[in-house]
Write a protein that binds this ligand. Structure first.
Ligand SMILES: Cc1cc2nc3c(=O)[nH]c(=O)nc-3n(C[C@H](O)[C@H](O)[C@H](O)COP(=O)(O)O)c2cc1C
Length: 497
């Protein structure tokens, strides 16, 4: 498609809620680049992320900026092929593109995700190819890296060169030193974008995937002792991932329910309105089927299975819509004590970023990721065995009450939310504040009086040279001493501690 295909009159007639927010350079200054901003916020004009773009526009008046609210226009873009082509023509005519998006549950918002799908469905990637791109997100830095990696991967798949990546915290623009940092970023990234040389790609290309699992059948169901199973899938009947989900269900002998996201009534995606903040009531209420899944079916389940097929570098936008709507529980873990299994169709081992999102989500959710099964072996017998193994593991872990300790993703993520809810986000997230207080999630170190006393004493003692020498001479054994004490007590005949 050439730039000539773009007709402004036609574009406007499609009644998109795009806003042509052009900030032109003052007279006498040379406009060096026309920069197209693809906005990913469900809040459109009220997007906080766009304020960062506008700051750059103010600081670099030699460039012109044009904003398109892609996420809020997604239904139009879906319905109206001409509107999407018009957008692609704008991309092709631009000198550079800024992907400007908020973080939504470790990724971009579902409607922005849908945009990436649409471009590929309609084969419009060529318009993006060879363009310099900047990635600009705003967030509380909770899994911002996985969202940025997703967009980088997609843009690089389309042949774009990433000239700059900026992860702004929500309130950065209010701080002088952060404004200086963003300005520096803009100077470096725009210079790079204008240089005519595209940076090399940093993500590996996506492998193609065409396998669909067909179960072999048979096998005695695993005795679960009356546990309840919930399976959520975006796999339509007849698909490989649906077959994996159904196989899991067949091999489980307890009560089970399968929720098909293709038919679950979902009126729309999360609107970012934060009405949920005060008392965890989502604006959609009971008007569609999402609340019942999270509030009733998930709460009642002992074992939860998420069964998704990889679509581009994540699951489908349909699945993401459901995942974003999880935010009715805001920053509160909603799967505490549950065993969680992922069934995945597609080459998960090539998607380390997606794997990180899965683990991070579950560690935050408070459940225990008991098993991950993929169809990567392309062998129905092997997959059957793996699904059976996952059922057994989930049941066994539940019966043993076993939950693996959280890793960095869960531990660090919890600290970010703890600090945000204690501080800047306490309003409007007062529901979270109540929950964090009630569940002991405000585990700041300042209340640990024993440790504080010990630290104060030791800091004073090491000022004495002989004590200092003694401690430093045997630091290693000091560190294992408490653990050795536990082992010694366990070796006592009574095994007491
Ligand atoms: C439903 C929802 C999910 C969110 N998920 C994340 C997240 O995973 N990580 C994060 O750091 N911030 C997350 N945020 C915070 C937003 O990314 C942040 O407020 C952003 O600045 C909003 O930008 P916008 O006004 O342009 O939409 C989330 C906010 C909402 C409402």
């Amino acid at each position: 498609m050439g730039p000539g295909l773009f007709n402004f009159g036609t574009f406007m007639a499609h009644s998109l809620d795009f806003v042509g927010h052009a900030l032109r350079a003052p007279l006498g200054k040379e406009v060096t680049m026309h920069i197209l901003v693809l906005g990913g916020s469900p809040k459109g004009e009220s997007s906080l992320t766009l304020r960062y773009v506008r700051f750059l526009a103010l600081k670099f008046p030699e460039h012109s900026f044009e904003e398109l609210h892609v996420a809020t226009s997604i239904r139009t873009l879906e319905r109206d092929g001409d509107a999407l082509e018009a957008l692609a023509a704008k991309v092709q005519a631009a000198d550079a593109v800024i992907f400007a998006f908020p973080l939504y549950v470790c990724l971009v918002h579902a409607d922005y995700k849908r945009f990436f799908e649409l471009v590929e469905e309609r084969g419009l990637m060529e318009a993006f190819s060879g363009k310099p791109a900047l990635l600009l997100s705003s967030s509380v830095h909770w899994f911002d890296h996985t969202a940025l990696e997703y967009v980088r991967g997609m843009a690089e798949d389309w042949g774009m060169g990433i000239c700059g990546v900026y992860s702004a915290a929500m309130r950065d623009l209010t701080k002088a030193e952060e404004r200086a940092r963003i300005e520096s970023f803009g100077r470096i990234a725009f210079k790079r974008a204008a240089s005519g040389e595209l940076p090399h790609r940093e993500t590996a290309p996506r492998p193609a995937w065409d396998y669909a699992y067909t179960p072999r059948g048979g096998g005695v169901p695993v005795a679960s002792g009356g546990l309840k199973l919930l399976i959520v899938t975006d796999g339509a009947p007849g698909s490989g991932i649906r077959a994996m989900a159904e196989r899991f269900q067949t091999l489980f002998d307890g009560t089970s329910e399968l929720v098909d996201l293709n038919v679950l009534p979902m009126k729309g995606g999360c609107q970012g309105c934060i009405r949920c903040g005060l008392d965890n009531q989502c604006i959609y209420g009971d008007s569609d089927g999402v609340k019942a899944v999270y509030r009733e079916k998930l709460r009642q389940a002992d074992i939860v299975v998420w069964a998704y097929a990889i679509r581009d570098r994540y699951w489908s936008a349909r699945a993401k819509t459901f995942i974003d709507r999880r935010f009715l529980d805001t920053h509160q873990p909603n799967a505490v004590g549950k065993q969680v299994v992922y069934l995945v169709s597609g080459p998960l081992s090539d998607h380390a970023n997606l794997r990180q999102i899965m683990v991070g989500m579950e560690e935050f959710g408070g459940g225990h990721l008991a098993a991950v099964v993929t169809d990567e072996s392309r062998d129905a017998v092997v997959i059957d065995g793996a699904i059976r193994g996952a059922v057994e593991r989930a049941v066994e872990c539940h019966q043993a009450g076993y939950e693996a300790p959280r890793t960095f993703l869960g531990v660090a993520g919890a600290k970010i939310f703890r600090d945000e809810i204690w501080g800047p986000l306490r309003f409007p997230f007062v529901g979270d504040h109540r929950y964090y207080k009630a569940h002991g999630l405000y585990d700041f170190p300042q209340r640990q009086w024993g440790i504080r006393l010990k630290n104060t004493l030791l800091r004073a003692l090491v000022l004495l040279p002989p004590v200092r020498r003694a401690i430093l001479a045997d630091m290693k054994s000091h560190m294992v001493q408490p653990l050795d004490g536990v082992l010694a007590s366990l070796r006592r005949p009574d095994g007491g501690s």
